[in-house]
Design a binder for this molecule. Structure first.
Ligand code: LLP
Length: 440
């Protein structure tokens, strides 16, 4: 994150807070969120997309994808930065509302929303529900009828743009669970059905081509296909859908030197692609929106661990590797074992002159896949008691944490101007025992 610096004594300070003090006050593992950095990233998306689309006299709203990291205070920050918010469940919806995010700024997603989730969303008056299947259209229509409201709906489209990335987070090929296919005509059928439904208001179409995407061309191509669908529907119905959402997925750099997407470049390229598509197909500008999550929360967060056991193994191919075990692992970072994600690590409370050594940061769980950082050079004298920082864990970290092996999920603190604020408290042993129903 941007406000990380190393003091004269070699210790990291984030947002003006010394990591040793944070570890002392809040314990480890600890997620640290740099508030200024996260807000700045949100503001950058807002400003660049507003400017790029504004050049064409058009508007583009930013919906923060709260699945990447959410607490009610974070919802408040996003509102302060004039962002909207995307929620993927009734649970995320409640946290967003608790933070004061106005319901009309909230979009509800989900491939399998429950009746209760749809009902709650309509009762509080969310700004949009994103329909993910043909069957869901009748369900939302019926619930809206019961409640006597008109439900604002967007149709989620699978555009068929292959954008790369890990299979588990790619969403635009046919053979996966999300959205309605453009190729088979299901997307157009859904648009027609929503338009015809008595209790639904057709806002427009939505797509999300996947996550951790580096190809701007993929974003351009998906914008082009979406505008074509909008024009096709306008041609047959005379109705120009007012809104188009182009989703999230902007890649960040997890390790030093890795590529990422620059929001400014993405904004201008995408505005350009929409302009070209409109020239080709005709029609007026829709109101655009995007849904970045990781690119806002990811780089703003880091995990602070305490080192326990260090051991060295001999490698078959020659040489050796240090196994540096920390006090968390796959329960606080599911991304390495799930997607083969890459991270880096650095000594956090001191510097060392010791030679760097090929190392692997592992956790304390009962399986060998419990790896936080697969390969990293760490000083040869890293030892029990050292603090280790793993950067770029702000997205899909705490939100995917679990209690595997009975570990307690870490706290999240935000730091800013030398002050630390607890966003999410650490699980306690009492919490763990409370979920467990004791025998009589
Ligand atoms: N919009 C929709 C409809 C989405 O499904 C997602 C992510 C986003 C926006 C935000 O994508 P982002 O900008 O954060 O890449 N757990 C995985 C990521 C799953 C993403 C799911 N949907 C990971 O750790 O990489």
């Amino acid at each position: 994150s941007r406000t990380v610096e190393r003091g004269d004594d070699g210790a990291l300070r984030v947002g003006g807070c010394d990591v040793r003090e944070l570890a002392g006050e809040f314990g480890t593992p600890l997620y640290i969120v740099d508030e200024e950095d996260m807000r700045a990233r949100a503001a950058a998306f807002r400003d660049h997309f507003t400017a790029a689309f504004g050049r064409h006299g058009a508007k583009c709203d930013v919906f923060y994808a709260s699945k990447s990291f959410l607490s009610s205070r974070v919802a408040r920050w996003m509102l302060d930065e004039d962002l909207n918010m995307d929620v993927a469940s009734g649970g995320e919806l409640e946290i967003a509302l608790r933070g004061g995010m106005p319901p009309e700024r909230i979009a509800l997603h989900g491939n399998n929303k429950s009746d209760a989730e749809i009902e709650r969303a309509l009762k509080v008056g969310v700004g949009r529900l994103v329909v993910d299947s043909l069957g869901e259209i009748g369900i939302i229509d019926a619930i809206a009828f019961e409640l006597g409201v008109k439900a604002p709906v967007m149709v989620r489209v699978t555009t068929g743009v292959h954008a790369g990335g890990h299979e588990y987070i790619a969403t635009s090929h046919e053979d996966q669970k999300f959205g309605l296919s453009l190729a088979t005509g299901a997307a157009m059928d859904a648009v027609r059905l929503v338009h015809a439904a008595e209790n639904l208001e057709l806002l427009g179409i939505h797509t999300h081509i996947g996550s951790q995407i580096l190809s701007i061309d993929a974003f351009r191509e998906s914008a082009t296909r979406m505008l074509k669908l909008r024009a096709d529907f306008a041609a047959e119905s005379g109705v120009e859908m007012p809104e188009v959402d182009l989703g999230g997925g902007y890649a960040i750099a997890y390790v030093p030197g890795a590529e990422s997407i620059d929001p400014q470049v993405a904004a201008f390229e995408m505005a350009d692609a929409v302009a070209e598509a409109l020239e080709a197909a005709g029609g007026s500008w829709p109101r655009l929106s995007i849904e970045p999550g990781r690119a806002i929360s990811g780089p703003a967060g880091m995990t602070l661990y305490r080192v326990g056991v260090v051991k060295t193994v001999q490698l078959e191919e020659g040489g050796e590797r240090a196994y540096v075990a920390v006090d968390g692992g796959m329960s606080d970072n599911m991304r390495t074992i799930t997607y083969g994600a890459e991270y880096s690590a650095t000594l956090a409370a001191r510097l060392s002159d010791e030679h760097p050594k090929l190392s692997r940061v592992v956790g304390k769980h009962c399986e060998s896949g419990d790896i936080v950082v697969r390969n990293v050079e760490l000083p040869g004298d890293v030892d029990r008691g050292d603090l280790l920082a793993v950067p770029a864990t702000g997205a899909y970290g705490r939100v995917m944490a679990n209690n595997y092996n009975g570990l307690l999920r870490p706290a999240v603190v935000s730091v800013r101007d030398g002050e630390a604020t607890l966003l999410i408290r650490r699980d306690t042993m009492e919490d763990l025992l409370r979920w467990d129903v004791a025998p009589d």
